[in-house]
Design a protein. Structure first.
Length: 96
């Protein structure tokens, strides 16, 4: 008799019991959230990745990496440039 495989959500919930896994999972979630916000803003304004890159004097590849959550090269300066280029306000919060 075959054993029922857990759903992805069940698997993740089980893995989240491990403190190190949860720490890494939460960190990746923050990375993806920032990238999603950049992509959503860019899309809302009708910019392509290349157009946004040109506005902040970087490459389309950098914008793509930021939007995919690989923002290891993203600095507050880069986020500030995005805010200026899109005429938005950068708001950084620390919450519990």
């Amino acid at each position: 008799m075959s054993q029922k495989l857990p759903t992805f959500r069940e698997y993740i919930n089980d893995e989240l019991k491990d403190k190190e896994f949860k720490k890494l999972y939460d960190e990746e979630g923050r990375n993806l959230e920032i990238g999603f916000k950049i992509a959503r803003l860019r899309s809302k304004l009708g910019f392509t990745q290349k157009q946004l890159a040109e506005k902040i004097k970087t490459s389309q590849t950098v914008i793509s990496r930021l939007e995919s959550g690989n923002y290891w090269q993203c600095s507050l300066r880069t986020l500030g440039k995005i805010a200026l280029a899109t005429n938005t306000h950068l708001d950084i919060n620390f919450r519990n």
